[in-house]
Ligand binder design. Structure first.
Ligand code: GLU
Length: 463
């Protein structure tokens, strides 16, 4: 059974890079019918905040990344970490060290000058010291040989053990060090597959040594290249919004963001558009890319447009409604909203754009744009009057019935379709650009359509 995890440090919002890591682990667990565990790595008490925990959980929920276990909090597991440190001491894989910080600094400096290796020199390694106030616990790194990270993404990465110092696993105040806590948590949570950013590669040999010393199986590792901006610098604020929830506020669909983030580091032939189910079905570790993904906000927006179009209108009710409500529209789920979305989903790149474009549907008294108002001029009056008369006679506002009414008015007035359609468009929407007028009429229905046409008639008559 595949067991993966996402262990964010709650020192800020969930950013797009972190979300991608979470996605890879989540998708792989789902694909393999395994388990996905959420663990909050909050041992850095100075930088960790509850607000960040909340923000991360909210972002994961919005993305639809669900977890089978957790959230566990690393800070609540200190006793477990300490028990494992004791195990390492008992088995001779770790030792107390009472060298002062200054002494360690001096050793590092000397090592650097001697052979370019800034390492603790092992002074206390064989002393068999017992616990004294101020002592740290160090891990006994093998003096010879190499530790190989067999990485599913990068291939084998070889680290010489002689390059690794006897690193601290417990501080002098008794708190466990990060690498130890991560390994103990991963072992005790039975994690067997770890996909993470390649900024963690340098930790991995130390972690592998800890696994072995604790007699635990080493998990499968995959280190994913960082996400870059278009200028190939590491992604930062100047490349666009970094926070996942900022994309929700900008009117992105979670499925679009997921699709985009996964494609930033993984491929399946040259397919760009994936539904959530397709991603779960097709995701594989083998196809994670070795080169860094470049975050391109325009591509993300284009993909969002594709997802908006591909989503059944009813499924857009819930994500779209907050944007409509924020604009003061009395929108609610139902057939009317489905109709509105149906007319706009091929023309909106974001839900913000869609809500803007939907304004005329929710406005009772249409205000005509200055430019648009020019179409409401005397030559259009007769056509409007005739249309009103004919529309009054139609019971079901079907497209063929509406078209027949327009054709008849074209014949009796001698006006071309455009000369009639444009004033109607302005009457219905207040502007000159909109979805097709038959579509709009079908959504507005008879009463609202007639009311708007009559208002336009009056507007012309009172000019
Ligand atoms: N807490 C670490 C981070 O947020 C993750 C460590 C790991 O994946 O092993 O970068």
């Amino acid at each position: 059974m595949i067991i993966t995890r996402f262990p964010p440090s709650p020192t800020g919002f969930l950013h797009v890079g972190g979300a991608r890591t979470a996605l890879f682990n989540w998708l792989y667990a789902r694909r393999m019918q395994g388990r996905f565990i959420l663990r909050i790595e909050d041992t850095d008490t100075e930088r960790s905040t509850q607000a960040s925990v909340d923000a991360i959980l909210e972002a994961l929920e919005w993305l639809g990344i669900d977890w089978d276990e957790g959230p566990y909090f690393q800070s609540e597991r200190v006793e477990i970490h300490k028990a494992h440190i004791q195990k390492l001491l008992d088995s001779g894989h770790a030792y107390y060290c009472n060298c002062s910080q200054e002494a360690v600094e001096a050793m590092r400096k000397a090592g650097m000058e001697r052979d370019g290796k800034a390492k603790y020199d092992g002074t206390c390694r064989e002393k068999g010291l017992s616990k004294t106030p101020g002592a740290v616990v160090r891990f006994k790194v093998p003096l010879h040989g190499a530790t190989v990270v067999e990485d599913v993404v990068k291939g084998n990465i070889v680290f010489q053990n002689s390059d690794i110092e006897d690193f601290v696993i417990q501080r002098s105040d008794g708190t466990p060090i990060y690498n130890l806590a991560v390994v103990v948590d991963d072992i005790t949570m039975n994690i067997n597959t770890i996909i993470r950013g390649d900024d963690h590669v340098s930790n991995t040999p130390k972690q592998i040594l800890l696994y072995r010393a604790l007699g635990a199986a080493v998990p499968l590792f995959g280190h994913v290249p960082m996400v870059l901006g278009k200028d190939r610098a590491r992604l930062s604020k100047r490349h666009g919004a970094m926070s996942v929830t900022a994309y929700r506020e900008m009117g992105y669909l979670p499925d679009a963001l997921i699709n985009y983030l996964v494609r930033l580091g993984w491929s399946h032939g040259d397919q760009e558009f994936f539904t959530r189910d397709e991603l779960i079905e097709k995701f594989s570790l083998e196809n994670i890319g070795r080169s860094a993904g470049v975050f391109d906000p325009e591509k993300l927006q284009a993909l969002n447009a594709d997802h908006i179009q591909a989503t059944p209108p009813e499924k857009l009710h819930q994500p779209l409604l907050p944007f409509l409500t924020a604009k003061g529209f009395k929108a609610e789920p139902g057939d009317f909203l489905t109709g509105v979305i149906h007319t706009l989903n091929k023309r909106s790149k974001t839900l913000v754009e869609m809500a803007d474009a939907a304004a005329f549907y929710y406005t009772e008294n249409i205000v005509y744009d200055e430019k648009a108002a020019k179409h409401l001029h005397p030559p259009a009056l007769e056509a409007l009057k005739q249309l009103i008369a004919r529309f009054q006679e139609i019971d079901t506002f079907s497209e063929p019935a509406l078209e027949a009414a327009f054709t008849a008015v074209m014949e009796t007035t001698g006006l071309k379709m455009g000369k009639i359609a444009q004033p109607v468009r302005v009457a219905l929407t207040g502007g000159t650009v909109s979805p097709g007028i038959f579509e709009i009429i079908a959504v507005l229905g008879k009463e609202a359509t007639l009311a708007r046409l009559r208002a336009a008639q009056q507007f012309i008559e009172t000019q």
